[in-house]
Write a protein that binds this ligand. Structure first.
Ligand SMILES: C[S@@+](CC[C@H](N)C(=O)[O-])C[C@H]1O[C@@H](n2cnc3c(N)ncnc32)[C@H](O)[C@@H]1O
Length: 454
């Protein structure tokens, strides 16, 4: 059966998704996949729907600045669905060359008529046409520097202030601009089963543009094309993974025959990488608190033929009930975090996360590290990582832990295991480092390594 839908339905679908996100009903990626299936969106329309949804979220603060210049009423007094419809149409007018302006505006007017009344469609027509007739308002009209950066890069002010205080104003600005750029798509080659060259050939044969990474050996950048239906993916030769995430396994440096605990493991990206590096010899215990997520670990292990990975549902803070002291050679805590390092991929995070979330998460992160520490053998290594950019969830968690635990010392050899160019930039403390978005081709990641004294 043909999966045909007009682009009009694409915009309505985008409106529905954005409204649900605004009401905090779900994450954008889950809602998108759900809507594509339920609404039977044609595969040809999926890229447009994805672009409108992510782009509108990414640029919403900047778009509101533009809309405010033309709206007769303050935006807070406009119904949510009308406001979002304006936002997504302005996104198309500014950023999508392939959508003709009149088509985008006509669709918005039609949707307004269908969902509202004549007054609303008239208002929609009026604001969008006056937006087209005038030049874009200048950011320089905003006098306060942080407010100006917040509007231009479309970030909440509290977050920019936090980054500026923690990493300096220049870094805060570069993170915010980097978050507006497209992320690099990378895959990890399962070198246990296939060579990098074979994977490159296979992907290229299927029309994908592939390039070797200069940093991590098993990493390939994929420029064009969808990976999910490729032979390499179906055969379990590759996994989709950010290169920063691959560095975490390099930091842990698991060896064949060892016993490894991955305390926060789902969906299993790092557990699989660990098992691949161990050539499937040894044991990887992969814990996650959510049973539906542990299923993903089982699925991945099966697809990649990694029999040493054992997924288990448990709370990492209670593992002492299941495992003896000093059971593991190495432990990975890839902690639950605010995800502020992956805004490029998941822009809704910058609007949904609040400062209170950071405080709450940092307490959970500390308690997980403290709970699993006794399970590490003497002389063993614990790696603590997050995909966020915030000292309270990162540097503060590990420095407080090392200060309070006599047996713990920072691993001053960490950077020797990280590829040269990346490591040479990271000198603040030899036992941990922060990767910022836009710095290399990775997401924002924090990686630290702690040793247990003999
Ligand atoms: C950053 S994600 C892990 C990503 C994973 N390491 C990977 O590379 O695919 C953090 C995970 O920790 C899990 N989690 C949160 N609290 C936990 C707890 N108390 N014990 C175990 N897992 C927990 C979450 O369900 C989530 O899947």
């Amino acid at each position: 059966m043909s999966k045909k839908k007009s682009t009009g339905n694409v915009r309505e679908a985008a409106l529905e998704i954005l409204l649900k996100i605004k009401k905090n009903q779900a994450y954008s990626n889950l809602l998108l996949n759900d809507t594509i299936k339920k609404e039977n969106i044609a595969s040809i329309d999926v890229p447009l729907l994805t672009e409108i949804v992510y782009g509108t979220i990414q640029y919403q603060k900047r778009i509101d600045f533009y809309l405010e210049a033309y709206s007769k009423k303050p935006l807070v007094k406009i119904d949510d669905w009308v406001h979002i419809l304006w936002r997504l149409t302005v996104y198309q007018l500014i950023f999508l060359d392939r959508v003709p302006d009149h088509a985008a505006i006509n669709e918005a007017v039609e949707i307004s008529k269908k969902r509202g009344h004549k007054g609303i469609s008239g208002m929609t027509n009026g604001i969008l046409r006056s937006f087209l007739r005038h030049p874009l308002p200048e950011f320089s009209s905003i006098k306060n520097e942080t407010e100006r950066l917040a509007v231009e890069t479309s970030h909440p002010e509290w977050l920019l202030k936090r980054w500026s205080k923690q990493y300096g104003a220049e870094r805060a600005s570069s993170i915010a601009f980097a978050n507006l750029t497209h992320p690099t798509h990378s895959v990890r080659v399962n070198t246990n089963r296939v060579t990098k060259e074979e994977v490159m050939e296979s992907l290229q044969d299927q029309g994908l543009e592939v390039k070797e990474s200069p940093y991590v050996e098993e990493c390939l950048y994929v420029k064009k094309g969808s990976l999910a239906n490729t032979k390499a993916f179906e055969n379990g030769w590759i996994s989709i993974q950010d290169e920063g995430s691959m560095l975490v396994t390099l930091a842990l440096d698991p060896q064949q025959g060892e016993s490894i605990l991955d305390a926060c493991a789902a969906p299993g990206g790092k557990s699989m990488h660990i098992a691949e590096r161990m050539q499937n010899i040894g044991e990887v215990v992969s814990i996650d608190i959510h049973s539906h997520k542990v299923k993903l670990i089982h699925d991945q292990a099966k697809r990649l033929e990694l029999s040493i990975v054992h997924g288990e549902v448990a709370d990492a803070r209670q593992l002492h009930e299941k495992y003896d002291k000093e059971s593991f050679d190495r432990i990975l805590v890839d902690a639950p975090c605010s995800g502020l390092g992956v805004i490029q991929r998941k822009p809704d995070l910058k609007w949904s996360k609040k400062e209170e979330d950071i405080h709450r998460l940092s307490e959970i992160q500390q308690s997980i590290v403290e709970a699993v520490w006794p399970l590490l053998k003497k002389g063993g290594r614990l790696v603590y990582s997050t995909c966020t950019v915030d000292r309270e969830e990162n540097d503060d968690v590990v420095t407080a832990f090392v200060e309070e635990n006599e047996e713990a010392i920072f691993d001053d050899q960490l950077l020797t295991r990280i590829p040269g160019i990346i490591a040479s930039e990271k000198k603040e403390n030899p036992g941990y480092f922060q990767l910022f978005p836009g710095e290399f081709r990775t997401d924002g990641f924090f990686i630290s390594a702690i040793l247990k004294r003999e």
